[in-house]
Design a protein around this ligand. Structure first.
Ligand SMILES: *Cc1c(COP(=O)(O)O)cnc(C)c1O
Length: 414
């Protein structure tokens, strides 16, 4: 927290330097750095991202495509990448699309020491008419800005960045597999690059986007997962950074993932608090469909209270469910004891994880306090590997993503 004295200083810095109102506004902690740079720069306008200024350096050695069936998630990269540099004196430089390749940074760059890194994940799809489509990319841009602000990394115009992203996808279009279920995974990332071991605001940053062709998450129908409920570690906590897509949140989760795998589970279920609130499944949002104590069918997902990552898939599922208006839809706290009780009383209907990679991931079992709790899939079809409502969400979302169901969420890249 800033003391009231330092708040006054910040305010007076802001008014004295007359920061232009039209440029991107920066978090309060930035004002000091901006003050210093504007002293030498005399209120020079900081440039924002401008897709009209994009420079394209085409690769002269195009790689050979990998057969779609051999793709492993996140291992193959396309021919090009996008880079945009930022510094506190000039703002954003001209975007450059160039051959995919190494980034050269000094070992003192802040990203290597203090995890000044945030990222996004979205996909481009090729529909049956050959159009390239994105799914709700505006949501990813908004979330990217929010994650950057949490780390005092520079803000930017999300619409302009999206236009740059579209140019990159167009250029690397041949990498989007045409087969339904396949897509191009797009990874924007923003890092602090200032050479400094001091913990503070970075005065230099690099935004880059790389792309990777990916196969369907489920090669042969759905695969329901078995989860280990984690009771000795937490992913996120009130006032923490669980609601930001920042690199620092993910490395610490791998140990938990390995522990679950060693005990024969596919994933771990993150709980929080003394009453074992359900938060997320691995790196997915979590949904529970149950008949509640009032005998109503209710779809429940934890609320965006700061410990939950606001998934685009989560939002899409909530929005579809509300539009169907067939059952109650709640963003509310739900605990493991509530799920156990519903299961014991035959009221638990379905559970699933949700995220861009898989869309939905049906859950068939949760190990919690020494026992394996079995989660229903489809009682009418014992051989099914997914619940019917879970499957319906996946079918509708995939239909929208591939342009088979017309919807404003699907954006064609012209
Ligand atoms: C990215 C992510 C999700 C899913 O978000 P989508 O936008 O649906 O892909 C959920 N939880 C965590 C922790 C994530 O990092």
């Amino acid at each position: 927290m800033l003391s009231s004295a330092s708040k006054r200083i910040c305010l007076s810095i802001r008014s004295r330097t007359l920061l232009p109102r039209t440029v991107t506004t920066y978090p309060a902690i930035f004002q000091q750095a901006l003050f210093q740079s504007t002293l030498t720069n005399n209120a020079k306008q900081l440039a924002d991202i401008d897709h009209g200024k994009i420079q394209i350096q085409r690769s002269e050695n195009l790689k050979s495509l990998i057969p779609a069936k051999d793709l492993v998630f996140g291992r193959t990269f396309t021919d090009h990448m996008l880079e945009i540099e930022w510094n506190a004196d000039q703002g954003w430089s001209d975007p450059i699309i160039k051959p995919y390749g190494k980034i050269s940074l000094e070992p003192s760059a802040m990203v290597f020491h203090y995890s000044f890194e945030c990222f996004e994940g979205l996909k481009a799809y090729k529909d049956k008419d050959g159009n390239i489509r994105l799914f709700r990319p505006d949501m990813n841009m908004k979330r990217f800005k929010k994650s950057a602000a949490r780390l005092t990394l520079p803000d930017f115009n999300g619409e302009e960045l999206l236009e740059c992203l579209k140019k990159l996808i167009r250029l690397d279009e041949r990498w989007i597999p045409a087969e339904r279920g396949y897509s191009l995974y797009i990874r924007p990332s923003l890092i602090g690059t200032q050479e400094s071991l001091g913990v503070g605001v970075t005065t230099r940053a690099l935004l880059f986007i790389i792309c990777s062709p990916v196969g369907p998450y489920y090669k042969t129908g759905f695969d329901a997962v078995r989860l280990l409920a984690t009771t000795d570690k937490v992913r996120a906590w009130p006032g923490g950074t669980g609601d930001a897509k920042i690199g620092g949140n993910y490395a610490p989760c791998v140990l938990t993932q390995i522990e679950a795998a060693k005990r024969g589970y596919h994933q771990n279920l993150w709980l929080f608090g003394t009453d074992d609130e359900i938060t997320e499944v691995g790196t997915m949002n979590c949904f529970v469909l149950l008949k509640n104590e009032q005998n109503e069918i209710e779809l429940v997902t934890p609320p965006l209270n700061g410990t939950i990552l606001a998934g685009v898939t989560r939002d899409s599922i909530l929005s579809l469910a509300r539009s169907w208006n067939e059952f109650k839809v709640s963003e509310r706290k739900i605990t493991m004891p509530e799920v156990v009780k519903a299961q014991e009383e035959g009221r638990l209907l379905e559970m699933f994880g949700a995220g861009t990679a898989c869309i939905v991931s049906p859950i068939k079992e949760i190990h919690y306090h020494g026992r394996d709790l079995s989660i229903p899939l489809d009682p009418k079809n014992p051989s099914s590997n997914t619940g019917p409502v879970t499957k319906r969400f996946a079918d509708v979302i995939v239909g929208i993503q591939y342009g088979e169901i017309p919807h404003k969420w699907s954006v064609i890249i012209p």
